[in-house]
Design a binder for this molecule. Sequence first.
Ligand code: FAD
Length: 466
Amino acid sequence: AEEVHAVIIVGAGMSGISAANKLSKAGIENILILEATNRIGGRIQKTNFAGLSVEIGASWVEGVGGPRLNPIWDMVNRLKLTTFYSNYDNISSNAYKQKGGLYEKSEAQKAFYAAQELSELIKNVSKYLKAHRQDDISILASQRLKNQVPSTPLDMAIDYIAYDYEFSEPPRVTSLKNSIPLHTFSKFGEDAYFVADSKGYESVVYFVAKQFLTTNESGEITDPRLLLNKVVNEISYSKNGVTVQTEDGSVYRAEYIMVSASIGVLQSGLINFKPDLPPWKILAMYQFDMAVYTKIFLKFPDKFWPTGNGTEFFFYAHEKRGYYTIWQQLEEEYPGANVLLVTVTDDESRRIEQQPDSDTKAEIMGVLRAMFGMNISEATDILVPRWWSDKFYRGSYSNWPIGVSRLEYDRIRAPVGRVYFTGEHTSEYFNGYVHGAYLAGVDSAKMLIRCVKHGDCCYSIPPKGS
Ligand code: FAD
């Protein structure tokens, strides 16, 4: 029990597994991965819903078709996972009014064009702020600057689809400089593919894991270096090493530790650091946002919505911004299953997590009746994931809020002595995404490898404003 590992990795999501893989390949093989839940994959998770395999966490590979190959897209193709190109081109034909009925196509199209023009204008504001080294502003402030704050139900819904549906927080909160344009789209491409495969999107995590963890003949991971159901609740660190305690009373020792738990978990105090992390670290960590994105699946006895080309995405324009706005009919993904997906975020997510699913279903049926008429059939099944209430996640993914500079962001990633950090929230350019988690794991591992193998344990943060 007195074994001293080279590195302990906290968490077996994409970033922890990616870091461990990189360390192993560099010859640092005496590692130990401690994962709180009974599985690997973290926020990439499939579940059974009315006999179908659905993704309650990440579902898209975002950033496809651009100048560089997204490493996750590469894995998804090697694994031959079934994916569907998400086509939003025709969404203006699928805009439902609050009291029912579709908007005239011309009216909705006009609103989309205006939103598109506004998004070009604010992109230029962002470029201007960067070029002139001006402070950051919110996306909303940049819209205000152009005298165009979306405020009708239709304009708000289109605005919600453009920003909240991506960042899970409203434009009032989200940083303009760090979100527009987004590295994911400019580096990897504008396209997004929806994964719907019974093998699960989490196969990409297994794909990386099996590059370094031993498996049995059936392909199950049996490597003793991965321990599940191990909730880390204390990390003691000094210049000589680290000691980790788990909720079940076990103690593990290592030369170094790498923590991959979400920024929401770090903010929650689930893991007690001894001594406390330094103020520069704490202040940076608590300024970043853990956003909430909730994918609600519903199953019906029959279909009362349009199917076929150009119908996959539709939306509901309500006076309350973000009230069951964005819908997806999954006829192509799950033929004949009569499944709809509606997505909510932020305050609506937190509200819905705290009420019984029967209340949520009643609200949703109200919205659907407004859209499709009073005679539609009642949903037979509903699935409401609760990422925010889950103490091992505390939300869905990080969002870059106004007020956090590059300096503070780099401090979130920076090691503290022998304590290293990874996770999507530490990705240099792609926070919030699966590829961000993967690349963050690689980068954090490289940092640790430099330290272990070359004695270069110095991490310098560029000065503020650079
Ligand atoms: P995690 O997956 O959270 O891994 C951290 C691990 O640490 C977890 O397994 C957790 O159980 C464990 N852990 C936590 N606390 C402890 C502890 N105290 N002790 C031990 N272990 C602990 N990305 C996309 O690219 N496309 C999408 O479409 C997309 N949609 C999303 C939708 C939802 C609803 C959610 C939740 C996420 C979505 N994401 C999407 C984001 C993507 O899933 C994440 O960025 C990525 O999976 C995060 O990986 P990670 O390794 O950083 O964190």
